[in-house]
Design a protein. Sequence first.
Length: 230
Amino acid sequence: SKVVSLIWHRSMKSTALTLTSDKYFERYAKFITEADGNPQRITSADDLEKYDVLVLSGGGDMGILSGAYGEQTDNLPIGGVNDDRDLLEKQLLEKALEKKMPVLGICRGMQVMNVFLGGTLWPDVSQGGFDGSIHRDGEGGEPPEGDIAHWTEMQGKEFEVTSHHHQGVRDLAEGLEILSRSSDGMIEAVKHEKLPWFAVQWHPERTPEGLGRALPREWLRKELQKCTTK
């Protein structure tokens, strides 16, 4: 019935998801649905008002126009750049900031959040002296070929996560607090000191059941529940 359908829709809070393509939608959708979210791909910042939470997904490297690399203009081994996506996510975060909307950043999403708030990125983790074999370092800016599992620590617990990236946070933006680092010192998780913004460098949607999947999922679930009670 329409009533049942309406009740179900309100219990599944609408979640805006950014993606470069629909290739990985199902994987993110499964993760978001586990948190009682109702994921839909967002392609225009004007549509954000229809949603309760914003999820910034993984993807290619941020472009030079985004300011992600600060004053570094040479030796930028970057690939998979999509300037339109960079611009869309900047516009979405501007609106989310204005509304104090919850935002979950995943992999690239954490990097985008950091850059939006004034931070910078390592064009490649090797330039920061980090261990590429932990993070699945792509050669010469090429996207990594597959996932790699490694250990990280958060809330006093050590757990395994699945990574798929070759860039990382260089200068941490003002307002962000580090929650986790991997064994080589790479920043693995952050939260905003005042806003309901949380981000992880790993891929919870690719991580098997355990804290690496559960911590971001339960954060998302709590934020969606808050929306339900408004």
